[in-house]
Write a protein that binds this ligand. Sequence first.
Ligand code: AKG
Length: 286
Amino acid sequence: MISPIRRIVAGETHGSLARELEAGAVLLFPDLPFPFSAFERRFTERPFADGKAKNVNIRGAAAALRGAAGTPEEQEALRQILIRYRTFARDLIGTYLPDYADRVSLAGTSYRPFDVDRRKLSWRRDDTRLHVDAFPSNPIGEKRILRVFRNINPAGEPRRWRVGEDFGSMAEKFLPRLPGYSPLSARLLSALRITKARRSEYDHLMLHLHDALKQDAAYQASAPQADVEFRPGETWVTFSDLVMHGAMGGRYMLEQTAYLPVAAQADPALSPQRILAAKLGRALRT
Ligand code: AKG
């Protein structure tokens, strides 16, 4: 099954949105307000980024801005937009996914001004290829990656994605090809500070899935998939560790990453952690 795009219409009751999200849907909110001031509009007219990384972002309580360009006044204004977007994402989760509200922790917030195409730095970082998210230096363990995206393009340009088949069908094809987990090398990577914590078997599998998917040109071309366009002003939410996605085009987007413990899901059996364990027929090593 290809991940469904679930349009949320104003006034509907939201009782089961968490379950739909956990089952692999992309929740699409067509018209939540997130206005810019006249001064702020410049951030959607040209990129205020130093161009060294893919994105500009803030992290942590201090919300230090990284990767930005512009005068000190402009950089502070951009930082304030990202802080505001973090609050917007938190409020969205509180309203539409209330059971997650007290369990979710907000991580980085990013401003993505560049054309998706310009960010193809290597096959591994090429997000036009269908993939699920995994972070090489930042083991996730028993957490889920929940992301809130918003197209802020001022010129009508959509953010173009493709979404792929369900995680279980994909995993069935790729799991047999992945190398085995070595607790010893996981300990070594952590001791050498290459990873921020010890890589679990789940993290190992997800990293190798991410790479195997991106490297498989035949799969990229022929796997079940659908094109999706997110219009300016639209906000969308998905578990990006579960939903196969590729970003095909577009400029100017905001993104918030949040972590949710698997145990906080309405149905933990739908997590990639439990799907992989079920496919292997055993618990994953932690
Ligand atoms: C990712 O961050 O995993 C992406 O695929 C990029 C999404 C986007 O920039 O639209």
